[in-house]
Design a binder for this molecule. Structure first.
Ligand SMILES: [Zn+2]
Length: 406
């Protein structure tokens, strides 16, 4: 079976996750796809197939002859789709031999994928492109990854001549709400390292991501009748503005790219009496990241001294860390991936992710885990798409990749 055939089946399952839920997994419907994947793995002849009550599907593919002693390699994708848009009743359509022009997704609702807005569409010219009807997302993120891994499993099980180490397959729920790595049983998994197959373009390979923290600043003012406020009132909303004005103006998401970090004012709420600022702090460099946190502390100290009381209270919480520190202990993960892509005719680019990934969490929990693309584009929205050929290509990349660990 080709990867896209599996993909079309998987996207018929609505697996949207939900941030406000505190059940595990966050939505019951994800378990239906998990059950389907478990059954499929069993039918293919995978070993140790299990659907854990956390919603994670585990399976093993025994090593090829001669590679039994090699460390086990994990391949992971997530089953859920983003809360940003519905993934229910997806009406996918295949545009054969795509010509690179604008695509009318939905005539009636006048929904068009414009190449001027999504220049990535040019990379699909001549391929058979899978698109939505404009009313849902497609679910390539990350059911394409699931389909590609599953197709690799089928290939390896059916052809004993293909070299590979023992593979540990893992499909996780709730990645889109940041909980994909919450319940991974690393002992049960038993892999030394792995890859997430959860990117977009197949020529993008990522083994770096942000270091991330959130900062909350509670500011207390002193309220007074405006008519009698002289030398009494301290307006906390104005203190908040003063604080923000002391941050470097160019260190904002909208002014930065590549390896440039930032402070992001994510939320501000307040009155004269109290104001709350919430910031996200991001930087790839550990050193610069720590300096950013230090800068916030110093700024708060300075202002408290200026006003003569503890007007500003700062709380910083680390969220996740750059996987590079962990992946660099296993640089073969990077070398092998770039080589496998190259051998498949793909000029790969290492891209430093400007965000976090499940792989980053897993890397810090003992499973170094860079990220490979799936071939999809425009994820989390109605313009999401992927091509039949890119999915085939990614299966080829995975086949070449696992061979390098044998
Ligand atoms: Zn994803």
């Amino acid at each position: 079976m080709r990867a896209y055939e599996r993909f079309l089946k998987y996207i018929s399952f609505d697996t949207q996750s939900e941030a406000d839920s505190d059940t595990v997994p966050s939505t019951k419907k994800q378990l239906k796809l998990a059950e389907e994947l478990k059954n499929e793995l069993e039918k293919l002849g995978a070993r140790d197939v299990e659907l854990a009550d956390t919603g994670i599907v585990y399976a093993s593919i025994p090593a090829s002859k001669g590679a039994e002693e090699r460390p086990a390699l994990c391949l992971n994708s997530h089953m859920d789709t983003a809360p940003a848009m519905s993934g229910k009743d997806i009406k996918a359509r295949i545009i054969e031999n795509y010509d690179g022009e604008d695509i009318v997704l939905n005539e009636e609702q006048k929904i068009v994928t414009r190449v001027s807005e999504y220049p990535v569409m040019k990379s699909y010219i001549g391929e058979d492109l899978i698109v939505t009807d404009g009313t849902t997302l497609l679910g390539a993120d990350d059911k394409a990854g699931v389909a590609e891994i599953m197709t690799l499993c089928e290939r390896l099980i059916n052809d004993e001549s293909l070299p590979h180490p023992e593979l540990k397959i893992m499909f996780t729920p709730d990645e889109e709400i940041g909980r994909g790595a919450d319940n991974v049983d690393y002992k049960r998994l038993g892999a030394a390292y792995g890859y997430t197959v959860d990117g977009e373009a197949i020529d993008e390979f990522s083994y770096e991501n942000f270091n991330a923290a959130s900062a909350v600043i509670n500011i207390s003012g002193i309220s007074a009748h405006t008519g009698a406020a002289k030398h009494v009132m301290v307006n906390s909303a104005l203190l908040a503005m003063e604080f923000n004005s002391m941050l470097p103006e160019a260190d904002r998401p909208e002014c930065t790219e590549g390896y440039e970090g930032f402070y992001h004012l994510d939320s501000i709420t307040g009155t004269v009496e109290s104001t709350k600022l919430e910031y996200l702090i991001r930087d790839h460099s550990r050193e610069k990241f720590e300096k950013r946190k230090e800068f916030l502390r110093n700024t708060v100290d300075f202002l408290n001294r200026k006003y003569g009381y503890e007007a500003f209270k700062l709380e910083i919480r680390d969220s996740y860390s750059n996987m590079l520190e962990k992946v660099s202990e296993h640089m073969e993960l990077v070398e092998n991936a770039l080589l496998a892509l190259k051998e498949s005719g793909i000029e790969a680019r290492a891209v430093a992710t400007r965000g976090g990934t499940d792989g980053a969490r897993m890397s810090w929990e003992g499973l170094p885990c860079p990220n490979l693309g799936t071939g999809g584009a425009n994820c989390h929205g109605r313009h999401e798409c992927i091509s039949v050929q890119k999915m085939d290509k990614m299966v080829e990349v995975l086949e070449r990749l696992v061979r390098k660990f044998a």
